[in-house]
Design a protein around this ligand. Structure first.
Ligand SMILES: [Fe+2]
Ligand SMILES: [Fe+2]
Length: 253
């Protein structure tokens, strides 16, 4: 049995702080073997820098997946070849980086795959269904971070690929859904949620987003401060099949 922790989008400093605080204890208490985290919002809400990448790895994360903000910080190119960084396979035609990374944990092979949804998302180069069909999936543990806006697209994707995948974990909306389940032997959740400021709008400053919606002002959507919420799932895996998925949501109050 292998136990994987998948942490939702880490947003800015509040997100990094709550992961730093929660992760060591959670890993020990839950006997976690392998940690995946979405880091597309880790650097000031958009993208990733080498410094923050190494900081997150030092907290105990094994591999970091990305999303639509992959290239928001140009210094990502200094770490794009690191095997612990996975960018979407279908975001842009880009020779740098990789959308599928392989790991060996306790003698078991794991592939971590990052895919963007197409519905209501910009600049997605290839349909996610075609994109995964272009990957030669081996009969090992295959875990997908499906980074998309729409629950229906994620649900259909999981049903379509359930026999080939160990888990389809939704990211991007920053709002955790309560639909975690097994689809046959594939663990699924539409969205795992975020790690970021609890009093915020998806990790962004409440007043700025108010200003945008109510007064129609153009704002920068700066990252919110304050205590963080921690969202994740734990997946138990036997062979290449998921046996359970457990949702975690730790609120500061
Ligand atoms: Fe995000
Ligand atoms: Fe995103």
């Amino acid at each position: 049995m292998l136990r994987v922790l998948f942490i939702g989008d880490i947003v800015g400093k509040s997100g990094r702080d709550i992961v730093k605080k929660v992760l060591p204890k959670l890993k020990a208490e839950e006997h976690i073997d392998f940690v995946i985290a979405n880091g597309e919002n880790a650097a000031h809400g958009k993208g990733m820098t080498p410094k923050i990448f190494h900081e997150l790895i030092s907290f105990g994360i094994d591999v970091i997946t990305m999303g639509n903000h992959t290239y928001s910080k140009h210094t990502i190119f200094d770490i794009i070849s690191d095997h612990r960084l996975v960018r979407p396979i279908n975001l842009l035609p880009n020779d740098q980086g990789c959308g599928v990374r392989h790991f060996v944990v306790d003698g078991q092979k794991i592939a971590v795959i990052n895919i963007m949804g197409k519905v209501f998302m910009d600049r997605v180069e290839m349909d996610p269904f075609l994109a995964l069909n272009s990957v030669s999936l081996k009969n090992i543990i295959n875990i997908v971070d499906f980074h998309g806006e729409v629950t229906s697209e994620k649900i259909v994707f999981a049903h379509y690929f359930k026999s080939k995948l160990t888990a389809v974990i939704g990211t991007h909306t920053h709002v955790q859904t309560a639909d975690e389940r097994l689809i046959e032997n594939c663990a699924f959740i539409s969205d795992v949620g975020m790690c970021g400021a609890y009093d915020s709008v998806l990790g962004r400053d409440l007043n700025e987003v108010f200003d945008s919606f109510i007064h129609k002002n153009k704002t920068h959507y700066k990252v919110a401060d304050g205590l963080g919420i921690f969202c994740a799932v734990i997946i138990d895996i036997e062979g290449s099949e998921a046996r359970s998925i457990k949702r975690i949501q730790l609120r500061p109050y």
